[in-house]
Design a protein around this ligand. Structure first.
Ligand SMILES: [Zn+2]
Length: 250
């Protein structure tokens, strides 16, 4: 017997399957990533027409059987098209970068409604914020926390930073911050300027619902994003990639 579940979801991608169907990958609020068959999706009168494209926010009814790796899509309705992302080539790659992160992180990960809703907020935010690259950096900071290795961007090891050098270091091993005046500098470290550290610290403490209020981006945003990606990948068995940003020449 299959169970019928109703869940909110983000469409990650879909591929053609046999003559007239599609296999669709959904990031669901209540069941993690679920692969479903949309039977007859390519028929002209299909109720699924136009509802299975990447980056649509939907509500789906899925017939689930634990013993199957592919589930069956019964019904689907679009609740948000995120149309600005798709119509603006300056935003689009950031939207796909977010989906890429979700696809890689949640491939074998249990459902997490809180993280699902956080991702929806991030997708909505890149449509409104002045520089969507800020959202990607913010997302990486939160992903590090989510995976259990939140960088400790509080103080240099001496406590206050008056005596600190202009360059500080992020320890890959434990996410702590120190400079050559304060700490013993180990080998697994990433260098950043003090003002970059302050920018990251401020961003890490920012409320995700107010991320679109950030009007100051940072001249080295790309470097900081790469730094966070390197930090995360130091801890992961499978490297996290964001190929979508190559579309922007990054
Ligand atoms: Zn210091």
């Amino acid at each position: 017997m299959a169970d019928s579940i109703r869940t909110k979801a983000i469409v990650l991608n879909s591929i053609r399957w046999q003559d007239s169907s599609k296999i669709v990958s959904l990031f669901t609020e209540n069941a993690g990533i679920v692969k479903v068959i949309a039977r007859g999706a390519f028929r002209s009168n299909s109720p699924f027409a136009g509802k299975l494209e990447s980056m649509l926010i939907v509500e789906a009814i899925i017939l689930v059987k634990e013993s199957r790796s592919l589930q069956i899509l019964k019904e689907i309705e679009v609740t948000d098209t995120l149309s600005r992302i798709k119509s603006d080539m300056n935003i689009y790659p950031y939207g796909f970068a977010i989906l890429e992160i979700v696809s890689q992180l949640f491939n074998d990960h249990p459902a997490d409604p809180v993280f699902y809703n956080f991702i929806v907020t991030m997708l909505e935010s890149i449509q409104k914020i002045k520089n969507p690259a800020v959202v990607i950096l913010y997302l990486l900071l939160k992903v590090a926390s989510y995976l259990g290795f939140k960088p400790n961007l509080q103080t240099c090891q001496s406590g206050e930073m008056q005596n600190c050098d202009q360059s500080v270091f992020l320890s890959l091993d434990d996410g702590s911050i120190f400079c050559k005046n304060c700490g013993i500098i180990g080998s697994n470290i990433l260098k950043l300027k003090r003002e970059e550290f302050y920018y990251l610290k401020n961003l890490q403490n920012w409320n995700h619902r107010r991320i679109t209020d950030i009007i100051n981006d940072h001249p080295n945003l790309d470097n900081l994003t790469q730094l966070m990606l390197n930090y995360i990948n130091f801890h992961l068995e499978h490297e996290l990639r964001m190929s979508a940003l190559h579309m922007l020449g990054k």
